[in-house]
Write a protein that binds this ligand. Structure first.
Ligand code: FES
Length: 154
């Protein structure tokens, strides 16, 4: 079964032309202080995220979060973006491939609260009962932003 043939309209709930700026959740409601929830621009073909969102302000040193979570009211599920280095990112759809529960990000893995499946930062199953990888989206790296192409997935 090809689990990845989800059409864009299946996860874009609505996208009114005049309000394509995401919800602006900022960093509220973070139960874990290392988790950063960010807003993003939802454009015609995908999401643009400022690379600065990964930076952690530390005096005299630049550090980076390993992941951030994009929540957008137009998306049915959040997207977790893992940063591996300056040129390598992974954008994962946070819907469990087992029965569709919303995943929780925990460091370098994603956990499903429904039946305990776990996925690594590339979206691969590391613990069942899920037996399929998470949906992921191509990421284009620009000088100051990254673009997540919601038209394509793997
Ligand atoms: S829905 Fe995630 S493990 Fe069952």
């Amino acid at each position: 079964m090809n689990h990845f043939n989800m059409h864009r309209k299946d996860f874009i709930v609505s996208a009114c032309k005049g309000c394509l700026v995401a919800g602006g959740l900022g960093s509220i409601l973070a139960s874990c202080t290392s988790t950063r929830y960010v807003s993003s621009h939802l454009e015609k073909d995908g999401l643009t995220v400022n690379k600065e969102e990964f930076k952690i302000n530390q005096k005299g040193a630049v550090a980076f979060r390993s992941f951030i979570i994009i929540r957008n009211e137009s998306l049915k599920y959040p997207i977790c973006i893992y940063r591996f280095n300056e040129t390598e990112y992974a954008a994962l759809w946070m819907q469990c491939s087992h029965q569709g529960a919303e995943l929780q990000a925990s460091g370098d893995y994603l956990h499903c609260p429904a039946h305990g499946s776990e996925f690594n930062s590339k979206g691969l199953v590391t613990n069942g009962p899920a037996d399929e990888s998470l949906r992921s989206f191509p990421v284009t790296i620009n000088p100051t932003t990254i673009f997540i192409d919601l038209r394509k997935q793997s």
